[in-house]
Design a protein around this ligand. Structure first.
Ligand code: FES
Ligand SMILES: [Fe+2]
Length: 477
């Protein structure tokens, strides 16, 4: 194979993976250590390590499978925690609204003022009809389609047909029931518990780390909702680690060094947040002897739509990363008008993925500027929705592009069935191949051994998720 015409299919071929069977690494530094060894500046955000060491009490499979835990999760988690409901750009104009569904619960989120959002239980006070349906709605009045009870954007009951027949139905007593609503980084969060502390309590160190990567200066360029036959917890756990890259995403191994992934957890008893960082342009440890810096660079450029480096450029790791960062800045400037000059290479090319309990994944930097969230579907422990966004940067003062349509991908469908989902859809498909099989395999486990075992570093964020879950649920194992 000519080094300058890399053949990515070689790495998408799972038989190749068997070639590394038996390999172990004598020295596998985590991200910050590796970047330092490479002589590169480490951004302070990456250098600031999470020191929380979660307990090692893996959650037994019954919590993923048995419907008897679903009502408990609704009461103790979904009715009690801050959770992301939508993005501000989903409801760009005053009066725009969407529903946010989590399990059997439904909430109505409305832009009630230029920069003001409100959220309510999505249920008419007359006889309970869901007020906002699956499609976004709009208008200066929230009118129930059943008997026309009407509410203003603050949820106040403004009109009841034949009002004289409803003596108790005063605006004071029969307005929409609010839930807490707050925003961070262009994301709209809700918490149904009116007694709960503020959103900032649930975010811990996250806002500080995102200060130089403002999520509000972004817009949703692609929006996917994928229905998946797996419990919401094991669905999201597949995204809390890079350990699965070896067999699930071998095609990414020449570009992303998942073996160098750094994991960090923070927990102060109120906020449970964690992060993983995986370097780009550093071939994965599993292929480190097969992939040169230049091949890695060419594949990266192809993947990100950057111009290929001239011959002789990018032969070393440092050069390859510098070239990719420089071109990333140029392409962003040309395409989005945003100038990232002076940003650390790490900010521009590496993967920095955050997690906020219970199910929200914001990403930091430009390497992969994604956004994930997981929600259970209905009352079933067997189904969930993975929501994925691609968030592109927006230049200060630039008009927001028109809202994108949400692409619904059904259980049996793939991201690649919807070309508009692009690369996000393709990588999602690779992850989805495991999902249903994980759920079925959990059911197939010997009841005497129906719980996972979790790695000390690579899967520490899952340990942390289990710890936070058990704390919220009041489970002692
Ligand atoms: S249920 Fe809404 S008006 Fe009757
Ligand atoms: Fe994955």
């Amino acid at each position: 194979m000519n080094e300058l015409t890399p053949d990515i299919t070689r790495y998408g071929n799972k038989s190749y993976v068997r070639a590394v069977h038996g390999t172990q690494f004598a020295d596998m530094p985590q991200y910050v250590e590796y970047i330092k060894r490479a002589g590169e500046d480490v951004p302070w955000t990456a250098a600031e390590r999470g020191t929380h060491r979660p307990t090692n009490k893996p959650l037994p499979y019954e919590y993923y499978l048995d419907p008897k835990y679903v009502p408990d999760e609704i009461e103790k988690i979904w009715k009690k925690v801050w959770q992301v409901a939508c993005r501000e750009e989903d409801i760009p104009n005053v009066g725009d609204r969407v529903s946010y569904e989590v399990g059997p619960l439904s909430f109505l989120i409305v832009r009630s003022g230029e920069n003001e959002f409100k959220a309510f239980w999505n249920s008419c006070r007359h006889r309970g009809r869901r007020l906002c349906g699956d499609k976004p709605e709009s208008g200066d009045m929230i009118q129930c389609p059943f008997h026309a009870w009407s509410y203003d954007l603050n949820g106040k009951l403004t009109w009841v047909p034949r009002w004289e027949e409803f003596e108790q139905a005063t605006p004071k007593n029969y307005s929409l029931r609010p839930v807490q609503c707050d925003t961070w980084g262009g994301n709209v969060f809700i918490n149904p518990d009116l007694e709960a502390g503020p959103l900032s309590d649930a975010m811990g160190v996250m806002p500080q780390h995102f200060a130089d990567c403002p999520q509000e200066d972004r817009y949703t360029a692609a929006h996917i909702k994928k229905k998946v036959k797996i419990n919401w917890k094991s669905g999201l756990e597949a995204f809390l680690e890079g350990y699965h890259v070896l067999t699930t995403h071998p095609s990414g191994m020449p570009i992303f060094g998942s073996t160098y992934t750094q994991t960090d957890c923070w927990d102060d008893g109120k906020a449970s947040v964690s992060r993983l960082i995986t370097p780009a342009l550093i071939p994965d440890g599993w292929v480190q002897n097969d992939i040169s810096a230049r091949v890695s660079l060419d594949l990266f450029c192809n993947t990100y739509g950057l111009p290929l480096a001239p011959e002789g450029v990018g032969e070393t790791l440092a050069e390859a990363r510098a070239y990719a960062a420089e071109k990333t800045v140029e392409v962003h400037k040309a395409n989005t008008g945003v100038d990232f000059t002076g940003r650390p290479i790490s900010y521009l090319v590496d993967m920095h993925q955050w997690f906020m309990f219970p199910a929200f994944f914001p990403w930091w930097g430009e390497g992969l500027s994604w956004w994930y969230n997981f929600t259970p579907l209905g009352d079933s422990p067997d189904e969930c929705i993975m929501e994925i966004r691609w968030l592109r940067p927006l230049a200060k003062g630039a008009p927001r592009p028109p809202k994108v349509e949400t692409v619904w991908v059904d259980f049996h469908e793939q991201g690649r069935d919807y070309p508009e989902t692009g690369q996000v859809g393709y990588i999602m498909d690779e992850d989805m191949e495991n999902m249903e099989e994980v759920h079925r395999g959990m059911k197939a486990a010997d009841p005497g051994a129906a719980r996972p075992i979790l790695a000390t570093e690579q899967e520490i964020r899952i340990r942390h998720f289990h710890e936070a879950y058990m704390r919220a649920m009041g489970i002692e194992l």
